[in-house]
Design a binder for this molecule. Sequence first.
Ligand SMILES: [Zn+2]
Length: 171
Amino acid sequence: MTGLNHKITATATLALIGASPLELLFTFFFSTIPDRVERIGTKRILVHRGWSHDIGLWSLLLFIFTWDTLFPPHIFRLSPLFSFRTWVLIYPGWFHVLIDAFYKKGVPFFGFFRVSLPILDYGRLNEHFVAWGILIIACCVEGTNLIARVISGAKIIFLELRKRNPEFLIF
Ligand SMILES: [Zn+2]
């Protein structure tokens, strides 16, 4: 999957299962992390779709980060706008390798064997169809919800500022 399609797919899917705008932003920027750690600048330091793409390792990490006796469920939770759940730290990388499993090359499982369900082709129409399809569905389903949350988040901040300064934005 192209970098942009990875970003779109991971972000739209997280929006569909409910996410704060901050979590969506984080996911958008970090959903290519398994590809990015394979090289420093232009120099390749790890084999492509090797350890950085191990679905066993990423799933184990995701499992550990959802374990709320080990980690608090939220990194912070200030308002519907500014909340961040701990497992979302791992989500972009995990989702990236999950998607890569749908390509011919597949991804390793703890280095033992490769997982591959080849139904997508790099940069081809089927891939764009999946990525943009999920985005359209997410916009339809979550778009209004997200706008409502942005407004309610802005309202909380506004009321807080008004509480501190009763003349805030009164003309
Ligand atoms: Zn990849």
